[in-house]
Design a protein around this ligand. Structure first.
Ligand SMILES: Cc1cc2nc3c(=O)[nH]c(=O)nc-3n(C[C@H](O)[C@H](O)[C@H](O)COP(=O)(O)OP(=O)(O)OC[C@H]3O[C@@H](n4cnc5c(N)ncnc54)[C@H](O)[C@@H]3O)c2cc1C
Length: 550
């Protein structure tokens, strides 16, 4: 890398005929640099750069690496290594700063630990919606429950462009993802164990309400959960303590599947704690990537300007959209399609607290997810309802046992039994929001219409009410704070990108993550379709673009 001075970094846009007064303010959240801080600034050239290491980033890195392309993956978060009895991930009962990515940490967050921190989740607060997204090598797969569902042909074809051949996705690409993630459903031995009572009650109630019931394919080696039952490992699955990652391992997240195999090709380098603040079109068909390299508190350590002829913006729906919308607004990438930032959908996420005082569902509860119910017959109202374990909530009394050794049990969290569990619903909805550049803050805002998914919400509410039964109390947490974990769209196929994620009119610029989706993944959780569409695209990009465009 070549050392250049910081002033040149800050005004680098001038070199590409873009904005004149450009700071290192990140559209995806700034590193905490002092305004006058002097940090090393370097430049380099890479054949291909991938921003983000989630599903889109993982597939891209692996398939390009296998094709012999040298790839640099830039990931703003850190590695989260797991293994039996690891303490890598935070515990729901004892929250700490590992839960929160530093861009969304505020002083009111009730967490302990290194503050702020390059933690696992970023909250993007928009108008009428909050989007929760993952951070770290593996992206959302670190914290996701792991529900891995493939849409039916009818629902997929209703919501996705006709240019996709569903039979090809069905026979080649969805199975390829399933094989990579080693999908399995939970074994009955586990479901029949004590802490999986809520799953069994859900199953009975679903069938009593006349709905179909299915086991949900998960990227999990369930033998780990069975080992917990036998006492060979500390609880991690069987106590539902997996909302922020599974400490014991056995979960085939993107870091240990796609990214690990990408690195094994010898062609892929993953650079962590590297927050891309800005992307711009450079001279002679190149792309410029501006990177803040931080420590784990988000403090700026150095800056990089990377030149590449192939830039894959796979930072996840919200952060990909923000990078593109800002680049368009300030002239860093002229002539981006007008639809950049549009077509944002929430996947209709709803989370309910299901409380039944007559039914002691117990605590802790085994997780993460066993069963779901699909209502997919009518593609215009298709939706899914699942039961998810209630995270163990309680008080951490560790340390107190030192005061009085006979109170050794105080070293464990005391868990609250709320006679409750979690029901999750999602489905198709035609309502869309958008990402909009705000010139007064130089940031990009997420706009969502009030009560946007109301029609779908009513449908899910009807189903969940029937499943829960008359004696229950249901609290739709989205009425308290409208939140989604499944953001989709913003650089949608057919309006911003082609079906392989090539940004229209921008040679060498690609989007292959949730932002490419048409605001929905057809009544299923997003990850499997994001990965399958990326797998299909990479086959074509390797065949047609490698060696010609880059
Ligand atoms: C709590 C939770 C539970 C979920 N449960 C499920 C589930 O059960 N099933 C399912 O299918 N989906 C689930 N999801 C959604 C799923 O995780 C996402 O749809 C999926 O991860 C999106 O993949 P992606 O490649 O688009 O982006 P991501 O996986 O989000 O990856 C994007 C990556 O880019 C990085 N990044 C972002 N901005 C920058 C930047 N400026 N510079 C450098 N790096 C950057 C991020 O840190 C991240 O690692 C869940 C999500 C959450 C948050």
């Amino acid at each position: 890398m070549t050392e250049i001075n910081r002033r040149r970094f800050l005004t680098g846009a001038a070199a590409v005929g873009a904005a004149t007064a450009v700071s290192s303010v990140a559209s995806a959240g700034p590193a905490r640099a002092a305004g006058t801080a002097s940090v090393p600034v370097t430049t380099s050239t890479q054949r291909a750069v991938v921003i983000g290491s989630g599903f889109g980033g993982g597939v891209t890195a692996l398939r390009l690496g296998q094709a012999g392309v040298k790839v640099l993956v830039l990931e703003r978060g850190k590695w989260w290594p797991t293994g039996p009895n690891a303490q890598t991930f935070p515990h729901a009962a004892t929250p700490d700063s590992r839960e929160i990515f530093y861009t969304s940490w505020t002083a009111t967050d009730a967490v302990v630990g290194e503050l702020p921190y390059a933690g696992l989740e970023e909250k993007i607060v928009g108008d009428n919606i909050t989007a929760v997204v993952g951070a770290g090598v593996g992206g959302g797969s670190l914290v996701y429950q792991g529900m891995t569902l493939q849409p039916t042909e009818e629902v997929f074809s209703t919501w996705f462009p006709s240019g996709y051949d569903y039979s090809e996705l069905n026979s080649v690409y969805y199975p390829r993802v399933a094989q990579m993630l080693q999908l399995e459903t939970a074994p009955d031995t586990l479901i029949n164990s004590k802490t999986y009572l809520p799953a069994r009650v859900f199953a009975e109630n679903v069938q009593a309400a006349g709905y179909n019931l299915s086991k949900i394919p998960m990227p999990i080696d369930w033998s780990y959960a069975l080992d917990e039952l036998s006492g060979a490992m500390l609880p991690s699955y069987t106590n539902g303590d997996c909302a922020y990652g599974v400490n014991n391992g056995g979960k085939h997240s993107v870091d240990v599947t796609y990214i690990a195999q990408a690195q094994a090709t010898g062609n892929v380098t993953v650079q962590i704690l590297s927050n891309v603040t800005r992307i711009a079109r450079g001279p002679n068909g190149t792309w410029l990537v501006y990177v803040d390299v931080t420590d784990t508190s988000g403090n700026l350590q150095s800056q990089q300007i990377i030149t590449t002829s192939a830039l894959f913006v796979n930072a996840g729906t919200c952060n990909t959209s923000k990078l593109l919308v800002r680049a368009s607004a300030i002239g860093d990438i002229p002539d981006l399609p007008d639809a950049v930032g549009q077509g944002y959908g929430s996947n209709g996420d709803q989370i309910y607290l299901w409380q039944d005082n007559a039914q002691n569902l117990g605590t802790p509860q085994g997780g993460p997810v066993v069963y779901g119910s699909f209502q997919w017959d009518d593609p215009t109202i298709a939706n899914t309802v699942v039961q998810a374990s209630m995270p163990p909530i309680g008080v951490d009394l560790s340390g107190l046992e030192n005061l009085l050794p006979s109170l050794a049990f105080l070293g464990q969290p005391l868990l609250l039994n709320l006679y409750s569990t979690i029901l999750v619903g999602y489905g198709v909805s035609s309502v869309r929001g958008q990402f909009v550049y705000n010139s007064s803050t130089d940031a990009v805002d997420l706009k969502w219409p009030a009560a946007g998914d109301a029609t779908l919400d009513a449908r899910i509410n009807q189903r969940i009410t029937a499943i829960a039964g008359a004696n229950s109390t249901l609290t739709n947490t989205n009425t308290l704070s409208n939140t989604t974990w499944h953001s989709l769209g913003g650089a949608c196929m057919n309006s911003v990108c082609d079906l392989e994620g090539r940004v229209l009119g921008q040679r060498g610029l690609y989007v292959l993550d949730g932002a490419l989706m048409p605001g929905t993944t057809a009544a299923c959780n997003p990850s499997m379709t994001i990965a399958a569409i990326a797998e299909r695209a990479l086959d074509q990009i390797v065949r047609n673009d490698v060696g010609t465009i880059f």
